[in-house]
Each structure stands twice: as structure tokens, then as C-alpha cells.
Design a protein around this ligand. Sequence first.
Ligand code: KG4
Ligand code: ZN
Length: 333
Amino acid sequence: MYVLGIDTSCDDTSFAIIEDDKRVIGNTVFNQNELHKIFGGVVPEIASRKHIEYIEPLMRQFTGSLNLSLESIDLIAVTNGPGLIGSVLVGLSFAKGLSISLAKPLIGVNHIEAHAMSIFLEKRIEFPFVALVVSGGHSVILFFKDFCKYEVLGSTRDDAAGEAFDKIAKFMNLGYPGGVAVERISEGGLRDFVRFPRPMIDEENFDFSFSGLKTAFLNYIRKNHPTEETLKDVVASFQEAVCEVLMEKTIKAARRFSVKNVVVGGGVAANKRLRELFLEEALKRGLNVFFPSPNYCTDNAAMVAITGFFYYIRGNISKINITGFSRMLIPYN
Ligand code: KG4
Ligand code: ZN
């Protein structure tokens, strides 16, 4: 079965074709990086207009490069939220049109769930597991009992981890995506140069809060005016604080629910220090931690396709009046 995945949740326009859950035949991500240079980040209204401009030619180019006719697609899976609503609606409307014109079933996929399921593009792992999804819009801990069956254990109360990286990078004019810049600058920096707070690390819940930590960083910079040499230490210390909180709370969730397997997904999961911290800690505590390859951590349509496939083979398809307001526990409608 060929599944076409479509993701336009933020500013990347992405298409993928997978064969069942076995093989990614193609996955293309068209980014709007040129615009980030002008605006220092994503401008929702511009992002959605660009999706409108690119989506159709990109799909033709993508399927053409694979020598695949649209008629050979068996299922269309599309992100129907959460995300920038204008952007989500472009992909969703496009997918509905395609579904009607090709007479193929359509399935709406929750973008956060898709980040957690992206691991299945490369590996088979056993349920139950705890998943941390960390992206520009979300920092969420989920408990997966089975395919398509999960509960939200906690989420961010303010800024997501990626958002905190993006905001401090913007403040320092380091470019977008901020997490990539933070990782680059932190390389070789002293991680204990500044002892930034670890918000909510000891609380008996699985929520996060990164807004205060971000402010602590900005205040430190304003007050201390670090040189180019010490800046890398300050940024590395900030990255360490974010990564440590993410790791500690996720591992705590795994222990609370007595699971052996932990999955980390979303754009921030591409971060080398986060991966290293998780792997070190998991080894100490006898847990298995799984990370998708970096290109499946950041937004991609292959993860949407495989999540849609898992719903479809369990008998779910979406109605054509599906909306773009998918919330955490309503993955399709
Ligand atoms: O999952 P994603 O591509 O899009 C959303 O669903 O938001 O995540 C984007 C976020 C951005 O905030 C970006 O700064 C962050 O992921 N990010 C990283 C890295 N690569 C992307 N954060 C830390 N280290 C990275 N290497
Ligand atoms: Zn995402």
C-alpha cells in the first residue's frame, strides 16, 4: 500500500510516500529559510501564503521524481493540527481536494503524535513506552499503550523548548532555527559556566516551563555582556539547563509508569547534547532510549504518512469535513 503524507503544520512544505510501514520511498521538505533571514523567524501569514504557492508544484515535482502516478496512491495522510492554523489549513484543504479527485481515503493526523511515531520509520519498538516530543511549538510527555492509544502526561505551561532556543537565538541575532545555532555555539563551551535554573525539575508532575529560564538567560546577557569567548560557555550552560530538565522529567515518567522504552522526537530531539544526556542516563537506569535520525526529528511528512497508516489499518478513516483543529487526544475526526 502506498501512503502519501502531507505536512504543512509550520513553514515547511513536506511530502512523503511510504510503502506500508516498511519503507520510505521518498520524503521531501521544502523550507522557507530565505524568509527566515529577512524576518528572523516564521511569520505565520507569510508561511501560509508560501504553502499555497509551493504545494501543488512541489507535489508534482516530488511524485515525478519518483516516477509515481497519483493514481497509484492508496491513502492520503495529512496533518490536521496542531500547528499554525493558516498553514495547517492549506495542507488540509489540498489533501481533501486530492482525496476527492483521486477517490482515495483521507486520514487526518495529529502532528505531535506523528513526531512520537516517527521512530517507526526506522525501528520496531515494543509498547508501552513514554515519548517526549520537543519542537518549536510543543514540549510534551506522552504515555503510549499501543499504536494509536496514548495519554498526555504533561506539557509546557509557556514556551516550548525549541521556542526558548529560537527566542534567545533571535535576541543574539544568531539566525533561525535557533536550536541549531544554540547547538553550534555551545560546542566546546563550558556547560557549568552559569548555573541557570532547572524549572519544575523536582515537581511531581510532567509539565515544563521554559519562559523563566529564557528570561534568566536574557537578563544574564544584558547584565554581564559576555565576550565572544565566554558567550559559548553561557549558551552551553543554557542548553544544558534545557536538556537536563527534558531528560530528568521524561526519565521520571518512564520510571513512574514502569516502562523500559523511551522515545524522543521533534526538532529539538536532533540536538546532540540532548541525545547524549538521555543515552548516558538511560544506561545508568537500565532504560532503552530511541531517537529518530535527525531528518525525521524535524518536521517531515513521512512521520505523518506512517501514523496515518497505523490508524487506517485499524479501521479509521477521516470524514471529508475533517477540521484543522486536531487537539492532543483527538488524532483524527
Ligand atoms: O519539529 P520541528 O521541526 O517543528 C515544529 O513542530 O515546531 O521543530 C522545530 C524546532 C525549532 O524550535 C528549532 O530551533 C528546533 O526544533 N531545533 C533544534 C535543533 N534542530 C531544530 N533544537 C536544538 N538542537 C537542534 N539541533
Ligand atoms: Zn513538528
